[in-house]
Design a binder for this molecule. Structure first.
Ligand code: ZN
Length: 333
């Protein structure tokens, strides 16, 4: 391990992780700045514990413009009673709290993308300090980890829970069992296009059962996707044996992202015409989107075609695209 990892984290929790009952407190991260010389970032955290048992670590707001997770987790933290729990639930509804407050994917303090900042550094930027605290202080407490994502302001997804293809097949099976328990309308076997620095990877390398989601997007949350999030988190807690009761299962379609061929990227800027809606069947060779040059009339659009058969699992959300934007993801059924 590099030397900086020998330093303790500067983050101070105001909760006692070993105390029974419900605690609402903060992860206090010192951040000295112009408007607050000895100030701190105050990241809300709830701990609900009732005796011995497994620990679930539940997070939202890893990206600050994704809302189903924070809504479901602020609600869960407020409503769960300790007598319902066996073991411990740690809830951080807005992990990258500065980004969440700003309504942006990355932190306004250091532009840090938390889900590309793991394992983090105790002596790094604010975002790296958050990552380091999770890596060395919170993840080791957890048996099961659920990290909510949605598409944010620039993507929209069919609602799915997901886990990754892992080298340890027993661990992978435990992750997919938890995905199935979540019971989103879709369940995804995920291939990461950019796995370096992810919370997911850090948790998985520690052997944790890790479940993530993509529940919608566009920088907002819908009634349907919030319902899916609220039901899914309780289902995962029942699956882990932390909450009693029967898992509310509903039909879920399994989809895969087997290769880079699933992703369509813009090579030009322009006005995007989406030719398929989320969840619609797509055949290899079919046009998924057209991108119109906007400088003048009379120019033909660039056509983007699916490379494989499947469904439209994700799409670019705003009406204008830039070169390099992910414009669509086709998941295979
Ligand atoms: Zn995200």
């Amino acid at each position: 391990m590099p030397d900086h990892n020998l330093r303790p984290s500067p983050v101070v929790p105001t909760v006692d992780f070993d105390a029974d009952g419900v605690q609402h407190g903060f992860l206090r991260l010192p951040y000295s700045r112009d408007d607050s010389a000895w100030g701190s970032v105050m990241i809300p955290i709830a701990v609900i514990r009732n005796g011995e048992g497994p620990t679930a670590l539940l997070t939202g707001g890893n990206h600050g413009d994704e809302y189903e997770g924070p809504i479901a987790l602020f609600d869960l933290a407020r409503t769960l009673r300790p007598e319902e729990v066996r073991g411990r639930i740690i809830i951080v509804p807005a992990m990258n709290y500065p980004a969440f407050r700003a309504g942006t994917r990355t932190s306004p303090i250091d532009r840090g993308n938390l889900n590309r900042s793991f394992p983090g550094r105790p002596d790094g930027t604010v975002t790296e300090k958050i990552a380091d605290y999770f890596t060395r202080n919170l993840l080791p407490l957890a048996d099961i980890v659920l990290d909510f994502h949605s598409g944010g302001r620039t993507l929209d997804f069919v609602p799915f829970a997901a886990a990754h293809i892992l080298p340890d097949k027993a661990q992978e099976a435990r992750c997919f069992a938890a995905v199935a328990a979540f019971s989103a309308p879709y369940s995804m076997r995920m291939l990461e296009i950019d796995a370096v620095g992810m919370y997911d990877t850090t948790a998985e390398e520690m052997g944790k059962v890790f479940v993530t989601t993509e529940l919608g997007g566009g920088g907002t949350a819908r009634a349907e996707t919030v319902r899916i999030a609220k039901r899914g988190v309780r289902n995962v807690l029942r699956h882990a044996g932390i909450l009693d009761g029967v898992i509310e299962r509903s039909e879920s379609r399994w989809i895969d992202m087997p290769s880079d061929d699933c992703f369509l990227f813009a090579e030009e800027e322009g006005l995007i015409e989406t030719c398929k809606d989320l969840g619609e069947t797509v055949r290899a060779g079919e046009i998924v989107a057209r991108i119109y040059p906007t400088g003048r009339t009379g120019s033909p659009p660039v056509e983007h075609r699916a490379a494989l058969d499947g469904i439209l699992a994700a799409r670019h959300f705003p009406g204008l695209v830039k070169a390099g934007d992910c414009i669509a993801v086709v998941g295979t059924v």
